[in-house]
Design a protein. Sequence first.
Length: 375
Amino acid sequence: MFISSHFDGGSIEVLECQSAPDIFLKLRSDTNCDFMQWFYFRLAGARDRDCRLQFLNASSATYPLGFQNYRAVASYDGQNWFRVNTTYNGQVMAIHHKPLHDSIFFAYFAPFSLERHLHLIGQAQKFSHVRHEVLGQTVQGRDIDLLIVGDEDRAAMRIWVIARQHPGETMAEWFMQGMIERLTDLSDSVSKSLLQPAVFYMVPNMNPDGAFHGNLRANFAGKNLNREWLEPNMDNSPEVFLVRQKMMSTGVDLFLDIHGDEGLPYCFFAGSEGTPGYSQRICELESEFSYHLEKICPDFQTTEGYEKSKPGEGNLSMATNWVAEHFGCLSLTLEMPFKDNLNLPDSVNGWSPQRSIKLGQAMLQPIAMTLGKLR
């Protein structure tokens, strides 16, 4: 038996992998920093063997509580992912599985490769109402891709959607795939009606370097991009600097920042209530937007979520808060679970790429319902 992770998004440290059942592993830290949670690797030569893959440093992960009631994902072909039996005793996380085939992938969540990302960009740009721009390059020189969906000259409303500031939160790009696919379907009446008054600026992957290196939260320079929005720079956080620069040239009427949460098994929004400019109008818009999404998508809920920031105590280095304060607009962070959605549990797949895609498609409904009130 052997384990490999030398591929796009791969990450693990192998301590011992010689004979079943016990395989001993360690989570690997993000590049140039201490964040640690993501894993993605292939186990070969274990067909029909009972395997117990033990992550010995799980309790030292960035979010160890994220492993409680968690099940890892697995795939034989890298395309179709399913949940496998996983335990966590407060110290060691262990995956218990008997592979049916000679090789099998395990991951923290279904990966979204850079190859898949490039395919998503390539497919979208084929449509006449879509333009593609490269805003610039990351720390390591990878492209920062922007899709502009709609007519910039005619549209009055500017909608920005970004994803994967934290590269290990791959459900965010699956969500973007769903939203982009629906926006490019002009037989869809919601998409067609939205693209009359609005144009969408979409960054499906804010952190290509971190994604390639198998990081959970950081770019190659070791920076958490979602703490760089107040003072980004081209040396350590060009990803934020360049996206923010483009935003200031276009304006923003609605901003959505798409994420995943390690611990909470729900889909929910976090708003901008802690910013100095937060107003009753924005509060009402947040409530209305959330209400419409909850009504049309049972995967979303408004009961569970983060504790709200106190007035004036919002962290302006975070994207949602900085955008809300700078543009005076509705600005929301969407969180999806790494685990399952406890409101609608799925014993086979848990929260999955397919459900992330569906949520991305559904998000167009509340945008359409609130568009006339954004300004």
